[in-house]
Design a protein around this ligand. Structure first.
Ligand SMILES: [Zn+2]
Length: 289
């Protein structure tokens, strides 16, 4: 309770709530940006259980959902939209880059065919697609907070990646899977070189950002960019050495790669991704010789 006129200013600074999924939700983050009159969700989790728990976290705030913003099209970030919006009484804007929406539409069936049999009843059977599409550097405003999207194209962990910046001091950024913090990275979509270039681009864009909210792991600052670069370079060097220029690793060299990267990033989650990404990276490295 302030009488100096600061109250209005302070109450308009958003409060960020993190939903960190468990291992079965691939440790994916989704976020709730709470302002005075409502809540904007950034991403939406993977499974039925996680997305319902994310919705409960929203309901506990006692404020309406006013929009959902998506960073990229991978299931661990977009599948949960269906459960997130279905109990809202009004139609909720679901916002993404055009490229992210296209990628969701073109990959939903493929992802279902691969992961549905593994996740069974936890797989969300019908995705909810974005209904408001933006282009690079366009913005949306909710409850007096402006969210601007930056199109990073391919290179991050998917074919279409974006960074969303809240244009309000102190400025913060949601970077999706351009950065993983404290887990192994998914590098199976053939864009390791583009990803490294994008991290340099992100360095310029995020230089005055106070907090970076990644797609997996704890929030941080600019050091997240450097540690992601170091991880990708270590991974790439290890694959280069073990593949001897061939576009695939053997079962044995995949095991060696896993050991190497577990040494590089000890006690980190998602170590199954190390072998999972290896052939894609070997093929990419072989193709640029
Ligand atoms: Zn992810």
């Amino acid at each position: 309770m302030s009488s100096n006129g600061d109250t209005d200013h302070r109450t308009k600074i958003p409060k960020i709530h993190i939903h960190s999924s468990g291992e079965s939700g691939i440790f994916a983050n989704a976020y709730l940006v709470e302002t005075e009159n409502g809540v904007v969700a950034i991403d939406s989790t993977l499974t039925v259980s996680e997305s319902k728990s994310f919705r409960s976290q929203l309901d506990n705030l006692g404020k309406p959902l006013i929009a959902v913003i998506l960073t990229h099209a991978h299931p661990d970030h977009v599948a949960g939209v269906t459960n997130l919006v279905q109990s809202s009484s009004t139609s909720i804007p679901v916002i993404a880059l055009e490229s992210v929406e296209r990628l969701m539409r073109s990959t939903e069936e493929l992802k279902r065919s691969i992961w549905g049999p593994i996740y069974k009843e936890e797989w969300i059977s019908k995705w909810t697609y974005p209904n408001q599409l933006l282009k690079d550097k366009e913005e949306v405003t909710f409850d007096e907070i402006t969210y601007r999207v930056h199109d990073f194209g391919a290179g991050g962990d998917s074919d279409a990646n974006s960074i969303w910046i809240l244009e309000k001091e102190p400025r913060i950024a949601f970077v999706g899977d351009l950065m993983f913090n404290g887990t192994h990275s998914y590098i199976a979509d053939n864009h390791l070189q583009d990803w490294l270039k994008n991290l340099d681009k992100a360095h310029g864009l995020l230089s005055d950002i106070s907090t970076i909210y990644p797609g997996h792991g704890k929030p941080g600052s600019m050091e997240l960019i450097e540690s992601q670069k170091k991880y990708l370079i270590a991974y790439s060097d290890a694959v280069k050495e073990l593949s001897s220029g061939k576009p695939k690793l053997t079962d044995d060299t995949k095991k060696q790669l896993t050991r190497k990267m577990e040494e590089f990033l000890p006690n980190a989650g998602l170590s199954f991704l190390i072998a999972h990404s290896s052939d894609a990276v070997a093929a990419e490295l072989a193709s640029i010789k």
